[in-house]
Design a binder for this molecule. Sequence first.
Ligand SMILES: [Ca+2]
Length: 98
Amino acid sequence: MKTAEDNISELEKGMVSIIQIFHKYSGHKCTLKKAELRDLINNEMSTFIKKIQENETLDELFSDLDQNGDLEIDFKEFIALIAMVTSACEELFVPDNS
Ligand SMILES: [Ca+2]
């Protein structure tokens, strides 16, 4: 019997990856603390954005993403980061139609 996952598209696989990676770092609480956000970015996004070395950089990014100010990054807030980085990287991956 086929499961839903056998039929999903490449785009949907990308979406599932985003969800799975988020939960790998957020654990059962389903939100990212500051150090977890740093680890996720440094381990999983290091080709697209430079690694976070300075606490100041992390503090700034964290407060930008933490829309509701509860000192945790929930999935909705995390998606905004994915959208920003994806948008910024788009021109690198535009198919060459020439
Ligand atoms: Ca928050």
